[in-house]
Design a protein around this ligand. Structure first.
Ligand SMILES: NC(=O)c1ccc[n+]([C@@H]2O[C@H](COP(=O)([O-])OP(=O)(O)OC[C@H]3O[C@@H](n4cnc5c(N)ncnc54)[C@H](OP(=O)(O)O)[C@@H]3O)[C@@H](O)[C@H]2O)c1
Length: 426
């Protein structure tokens, strides 16, 4: 029996998916036993040439996918909140399984969409929404369903990882690295969502929701981007045995969950330190399974289409079985730990006057805030000097209080950098 597929979007991901479904139809049928037939493709601009896609199945009415009785499964690969949200919800309510790659939509409306899928007894699959071609959603929701996951750390934005590794390796500045990322197609012409950390925050919300069953809206996630990192930070990182990465961090704590996105100094022997360029990776620590690392291409039409196609095949099998699908994902609102209470460590680079008593004033600022110093290194002499400091673990609010005091000290010319250090130091 042929299974009719409706696809909203024929761009980077939709174009690759369509090519696979149309050109590799027979191969997929031999491998899976499924006859997957593309019945409708919705796009925005009907005047664009779309070689290989039969003209009579192309429409600019996305909701036609819901009303067309020939369409059994709906694939949403157009992106954005609307009309994608309306399409996904209406499809689920019409009893049609939905596959989407849209992290923005899932992060913004996950609980509502999961509930709609559960009510309809149909699958809502979104393997491509985090980590592109990396299998991570299915491992979290199925393989690790019985595991107590304690921490999830992710390099989930290829653009920023490319920029950070090329700044470290090639000694180039932020703007130059960004321009190279744009030339290579890793960064959008407007890179704001990537470099501000917003894209990673949407993915962090999804990862935390699936790992802990607790939903944290992206606007409650403390988010910092990479725009303030300088070449001097990479030099210090190297000397201290660290690399710099933008991490999505989700942790289970006794008082709730903590979810945040910010640059970190990561020890060179951490599994995520080896992740370079546009590659993505998600590190999971579970109480029984231990450490897991999922790594691979986090974006790109072909890798992302592989994840979408896997979901299409899964949904088609469930559709053929004819049974109601038990909800794979249950999320509830939960306690989100105030970021000020989360234990962090900091790397700081200060420009200070080179005069007697400087160090004791700085040490007092930390001591008064209840933060102890793990490392102090002075670089340069003359009228001014650079101090590199690494603190021990203390609540984020205490670290910030110490830095605020430092900024007010006459001997501190500038706090040139403040980057958190990722470690599980007690
Ligand atoms: N690109 C990646 O590497 C990647 C990786 C992981 C996840 N994703 C996710 O996959 C989704 C698609 O990304 P993409 O890069 O493939 O986007 P894209 O290249 O910009 O393609 C978007 C497609 O959707 C169509 N579209 C947009 N708005 C529409 C509307 N209102 N009605 C009908 N069609 C509409 C566009 O039509 P026209 O062709 O007429 O413009 C285009 O075909 C997004 O949610 C994205 O976050 C992408």
């Amino acid at each position: 029996m042929a299974i009719g597929i409706g696809i909203a979007g024929a761009g980077t991901v939709g174009g690759s998916l369509l090519r696979r479904l149309l050109e590799e139809h027979a191969v997929i049928e031999v491998k899976t036993g499924l006859d997957l037939e593309v019945r409708r493709v919705a796009v925005r601009d009907l005047s664009k040439s779309r070689p290989g896609i039969p003209a009579d199945i192309i429409t600019d009415d996305v909701m036609a996918l819901v009303s067309d009785p020939e369409v059994a499964l709906v694939v949403e690969v157009m992106g954005g909140l609307e009309p994608a949200g309306e399409l996904v919800l209406a499809s689920l309510r019409a009893g049609k399984p939905v596959i989407t790659a849209n992290k923005e939509l899932i992060a913004a409306r996950g609980p509502e969409l999961f509930a709609a899928a559960a009510d309809a007894g149909v699958p809502l699959l979104f393997e491509a929404a985090v980590g592109g071609g990396i299998p991570i959603i299915r491992p979290l929701t199925e393989t690790l369903a019985g595991e107590q996951v304690d921490r999830v750390l992710g390099i989930v934005n290829g653009t920023t990882n490319y920029i950070l590794t090329s700044m470290a390796d090639d000694g180039v500045g932020y703007q130059e690295a960004l321009a190279a990322a744009q030339r290579l197609g890793y960064a959008e012409p407007d890179p704001t969502a990537d470099v501000s950390g917003a894209d990673a925050a949407a993915k962090a919300a999804i990862l935390a929701g699936l790992a802990f069953g607790i939903w944290v809206a992206p606007d409650r996630i403390h988010t910092e981007g990479i725009t303030d990192i300088t070449f001097a930070d990479f030099k210090s990182a190297k000397q201290l045995g660290f690399v710099i990465r933008l991490l999505a961090v989700a942790e289970r704590r006794p008082d709730g969950v903590s979810v945040r996105v910010h640059p970190v100094m990561l020890p060179v022997d951490h599994p995520l330190a080896a992740i370079r360029g546009a590659t993505n990776a998600i590190y999971i620590k579970g109480s029984s399974v231990g450490e897991l690392l999922f790594a691979g291409p986090g974006a790109g039409g072909e890798p992302t289409a592989t994840a979408v196609l896997g979901d299409v095949i899964d949904a088609a099998r469930k559709y053929l079985s004819g049974s109601q699908v038990a909800p794979a994902i249950k999320v509830e609102p939960g306690d989100v730990v105030d970021f000020g209470k989360v234990d962090t460590r900091w790397y700081l680079r200060l420009e200070v006057t080179d005069s007697p008593g400087v160090l004791s004033q700085i040490a007092s600022a930390f001591a008064d805030a209840g933060v102890s110093l793990g490392l102090v290194r002075q670089e340069g002499r003359g009228d001014s000097a650079t101090l590199v400091l690494v603190t021990h673990t203390a609540p984020e609010a205490a670290q910030q209080a110490a830095v605020a005091t430092l900024r007010a000290l006459g001997v501190v010319e500038t706090v040139a950098s403040a980057i958190r250090v990722e470690s599980e130091e007690a």
